[in-house]
Design a protein around this ligand. Structure first.
Ligand code: 1CP
Length: 364
């Protein structure tokens, strides 16, 4: 047993153990977007600041909301409270969040504007986020010893959709037209995002995050070839660069709605864990994905919002199908703002109370 394994077992952090394909006593659990509007304690603190980015850049408030779901539910991981759009903001793009409308960016649609993005000052602009990481890590070391701290960034493709479309989009007409018609130009934007994302994640790691998740929320809108170009390749570059500098930090990939392309993504990028959405059949995930890496997922966020007997059955189906191998329970996409607290409590109880059968497909 090496030193890292001994440390992991001593501190018994279930999420880290699962990411290293090691057995756990209970199924590790956290929920995407667990810190946010479904929590009354979040809404209370959030109402103190008008501007959402100011809120993300306030280490005291951001570290407090990062820990709220850990304190309330006892989930096994805290995910840094920030947003994927701090990267375009740090690169110099105008970004704001309008209540009821979501993010609004000044769209960048040509190579001249792409070349105005400036990577030089990102660490200065993001320094308060690094301070949030250090503050949360200290609190975890002091008080929540079994909790894993997850850092994150948006993947280049998904961040590019916001940069080009100027916000959320229904059809992604602008960004898809660009990558089909001028792939060389578009790759200049993707390369800037790769470089900024690697720097941002390395700094998060230096300040205390123990795991990285890459959110590619809009990966599922691309054809196979475009998926390979704009999702798999940039992710592989990011994974390679981070592994070179921080070989012990596990990386979770989340190319949402990728269907059968999840398999290509896992094999080609070298991620340690794949986060899957609810459209992936459990048995297929166990056979084709869990044989390669740890799997995370995949309860429908809407099922959790409803919280009926059907939800319990779906949870049990996921647990029965995936808990024999390296697995982290999560949702298929972020928790919805109207999700009742009691539904989350019930889910946590069900997952934590689940008896794991004798393992067959662990590495040790
Ligand atoms: O006023 C508010 O409270 C704003 C709501 C909100 C919150 C709570 C936004 C605006 N971002 C966040 C935090 C956030 N965003 C986190 C940390 C909280 C946690 O996970 O516990 C994370 C990981 C994100 C990531 C994020 N932001 C993604 C990827 C994950 C996903 O859900 O797909 C995306 C696409 C965004 C963009 C974004 N940020 C906020 C909004 C409304 C949107 C647009 C979403 C869309 O286009 O549908």
């Amino acid at each position: 047993m090496d030193e890292t394994t001994r440390m992991l077992q001593k501190y018994n952090k279930p999420v880290l153990l699962a990411l290293r394909k090691m057995p756990t006593t209970t199924v590790p659990l956290w929920l995407m977007r667990q810190a946010g509007r479904h929590l009354p304690e979040y809404r209370k603190i959030r109402s103190s600041t008008n501007n959402f980015l100011d809120f993300c850049y306030n280490p005291e408030l951001a570290s407090e909301v990062t820990l709220q779901p850990v304190t309330r539910y006892g989930v096994d991981a805290a995910i840094l409270f920030s947003d994927i759009l701090v990267i375009p903001h740090a690169l110099g793009q105008d970004v704001s969040f309008v209540s009821g409308k979501g993010p609004i960016l000044k769209p960048i649609t040509n190579i001249i504007d792409v070349k105005k993005l400036n990577i030089k000052h990102i660490d200065t602009k993001l320094k308060n986020i690094y301070k949030t990481v250090s503050t949360v890590k200290q609190a975890i070391d002091d008080k929540f010893k079994t909790t894993t701290l997850i850092g994150f960034a948006g993947s280049p493709w998904t961040v590019a959709t916001y940069i080009v479309e100027g916000g959320s989009s229904k059809d992604y007409m602008g960004v898809k037209s660009w990558c089909y018609s001028s792939p060389k130009e578009f790759s200049v934007l993707i390369d800037i995002l790769i470089e900024a994302t690697v720097e941002y994640l390395i700094q998060q790691i230096n300040h205390g995050v123990e795991v990285i998740q890459l959110f590619d929320s809009w990966a599922g809108i691309l054809s196979e070839d475009q998926f390979t170009k704009w999702v798999i390749k940039p992710t592989k570059t990011i994974v390679d660069k981070i592994k070179k500098r921080c070989p012990n930090i596990p990386i979770i990939g989340f190319p949402r709605a990728a269907g059968v392309l999840y398999k290509n993504f896992v094999v080609e990028t070298g991620v340690d864990c794949i986060s899957i959405d609810q459209s992936v059949p459990i048995e297929w995930a166990a056979t084709h994905l869990q044989s390669e890496c740890t799997v995370q997922g995949n309860l429908d966020n809407l099922s959790l919002l409803i919280g009926s007997k059907t939800t319990d059955n779906e949870v049990l189906k996921i647990l029965n199908g995936l808990s024999k191998g390296p697995f982290i329970f999560n949702l298929g996409h972020g928790i919805l703002p109207n999700t009742p607290i009691e539904n989350v409590n019930r889910l946590v109880k069900l997952v934590k109370g689940f008896k794991i059968e004798k393992k067959s497909n662990y590495t040790i």
